[in-house]
Design a protein around this ligand. Structure first.
Ligand code: MG
Length: 258
């Protein structure tokens, strides 16, 4: 009787696994046919709050990625050439259409600080207003967007884990004002065979306010379809996105964990 019970439990688990496999299979097959809107949601809307002041100078053990002077630690993410983003008065600004930039150095588990602002001259709306992003490991995007009185899908607003997790609150400063992101990121782990051992996790403070609380990522950022992990290197570059808007940055530093 015990044996029968064991067999029956085992077969239940097996049928659940098969059902999940079948579901995943279907999802992947249909991925290319899904519209982008299939993974965008609008409610609940994160409450709007007023954040305080929160800039942070780098601690002594940080690697400075941008201190206002030059982009020696960065390359164009498309072709590896020297970036042509604009530097003026210690401020780095996206040169729209030239491509994103990525660090020459690779990173895994990190604490990352950066400051950004959307253009004071408001242009466009929704995803077209002040859009950039910090894409950790070139795969996991923390959205940068002018989300000050600018409606869009909430899992695509500023400080969202793009197309996955909306922020707990909307702490975005007005256009032209500086925002800070403090990000604690744990890279995913895979075994030799490529099986996921532990997913990526992320905590984000936006202007000093907790907006992502140790969120477990479902996989790399996907504009279309359902995220799905595939094995990748333990360390990869940090990428700042060119989404066609002149978003500015300053004071970027990173601390490697482990
Ligand atoms: Mg973006």
């Amino acid at each position: 009787m015990q044996l029968n019970m064991k067999i029956s439990i085992t077969s239940s688990i097996l049928s659940i696994s098969l059902a999940l496999t079948a579901f995943t299979g279907v999802a992947q097959d249909e991925k290319t046919e899904l519209p982008p809107e299939a993974t965008e949601f609008y409610e609940p809307v994160p409450p709007k709050i007023e954040a305080g002041e929160s800039t942070t100078t780098a601690p002594s053990d940080a690697k400075i990625l941008f201190d206002g002077s030059d982009l020696t630690g960065w390359v164009n993410e498309k072709d590896g050439s020297n970036p042509t983003w604009n530097i003026e008065g210690n401020i780095l600004t996206v040169n729209p259409g030239t491509g994103g930039i990525k660090t020459k150095e690779n990173f895994g588990d990190i604490q990352l600080h950066l400051e950004w602002r959307s253009p004071s001259e408001i242009q466009g709306d929704g995803q077209g207003r002040g859009n950039s992003g910090v894409i950790i490991m070139e795969k996991y995007e923390v959205q940068i967007l002018d989300s000050y009185e600018n409606e869009t899908y909430t899992n695509g607003q500023a400080a969202s884990i793009y197309k996955q997790s909306p922020p707990l609150v909307n702490a975005t400063k007005a256009p032209g004002e500086w925002n800070t992101y403090d990000i604690i990121f744990t890279a995913p782990r895979f075994n030799e065979e490529g099986m996921l051992l532990s997913p990526a996790k992320i905590t984000v403070l936006h202007n000093g306010v907790l907006v992502q609380n140790n969120y477990t990522l479902r996989g790399p950022t996907e504009y279309i379809g359902i995220p799905n992990y595939t094995k990748h290197d333990e360390k990869l570059p940090i990428h700042l996105q060119d989404h066609g808007n002149p978003v500015s940055f300053r004071n970027i530093w990173v601390r490697e964990l482990n």
